[in-house]
Design a protein around this ligand. Structure first.
Ligand code: NAP
Length: 240
């Protein structure tokens, strides 16, 4: 589907994969709302995007702050009257590089869930009324294969317990939202950018953020006959 004039909000878009997804959507002609919790970082990203010709706008959005989420939804509603694309990209991994379940810190788990899970739900629910006003709403939940039990079973990859649990919850939420919204024009899918070198993993990933962002935009621009309730990575649809 063309992204021209699509109103798109990306959470955590001031850097990393979210920023590159904003660039890609902007290059496709979308209006890009750069969600960022920090005004200075968000406005700096907006300036860089505008310098490249993107119709970019800063939206203060800390996904863990109910007042910030409500204000962002109110602003989008008043300014644009609808939302076409929501990319739930903001995420943290406070256990990097590993946390075995036997040694997991419950506070780290709670912190991770506040952003990756509760934040995603809060943002999605606040913006859903505006997505319902779109002729073709798309919700992209940025997830990870680390949240798919079948993918991890038997793996020798070191556990990152809270992060994996949070992305497993994101995957389940993707299915639940897709089921709830089936029969509407809104599609809800999860995606994984792959192992990307960003601040979340202290730069040790193997892909660039530019490369990782491609799948976010592919899922954000699915055609009407595209899937809903699935997990997509670089190789296609991954079984839950
Ligand atoms: N990198 C990978 O290999 C990889 C693999 C699979 C999935 N992912 C997922 O991809 C997404 C983007 O991660 P990334 O790799 O691009 O990491 P990143 O460079 O660390 O970017 C994370 C973004 O999330 C924002 N953020 C964190 N907490 C937030 C909050 N409470 N409210 C609003 N924004 C918040 C950050 O903002 P600040 O600048 O203010 O901190 C930043 O903009 C995450 O969901 C991550 O789990 C990444």
């Amino acid at each position: 589907m063309t992204a021209t004039s699509r109103i798109s909000l990306i959470t955590g878009a001031n850097k990393g994969i979210g920023y590159e997804a904003a660039r890609r959507l902007g290059a496709l002609g979308a209006t890009v709302l750069v969600g960022a919790r920090d005004r200075a970082r968000g406005e700096s990203a907006v300036k860089a995007l505008r310098d490249e010709g993107t119709d970019a706008h800063f939206v203060q959005l800390d996904v863990t702050d109910p007042a910030s989420v409500a204000a962002a939804a109110r602003h989008v509603g008043e300014r644009y009257g609808r939302l076409d694309i929501l990319v739930n990209n903001a995420g943290v991994n406070v256990e990097w590089p590993a946390a075995q379940p036997s040694e997991v810190c419950l506070d780290a788990l709670r912190t991770t869930f506040e952003t990756n899970v509760y934040g995603l739900i809060a943002v999605t629910n606040a913006l859903l009324p505006l997505l319902r006003r779109s002729s073709a709403g798309r919700i992209v939940n940025v997830s990870s294969e680390m949240g798919i039990p079948a993918w991890l079973a038997g793996s020798e990859i070191p556990a990152i317990t809270g992060y994996s649990l949070s992305k497993a919850a994101v995957n389940m939420l993707t299915v639940l939202y897709a089921n709830e919204l089936r029969g509407t024009s809104i599609k809800v899918n999860a995606c994984s950018p792959g192992f990307v070198a960003t601040d979340i993993n202290h730069g040790v990933g193997v892909l660039t953020a530019v490369e990782g962002s491609a799948v976010e935009v592919r899922v954000a621009t699915l055609d009407a006959d595209g899937p809903t309730g699935v997990f997509i990575n670089d190789g296609g649809t991954v079984a839950w």
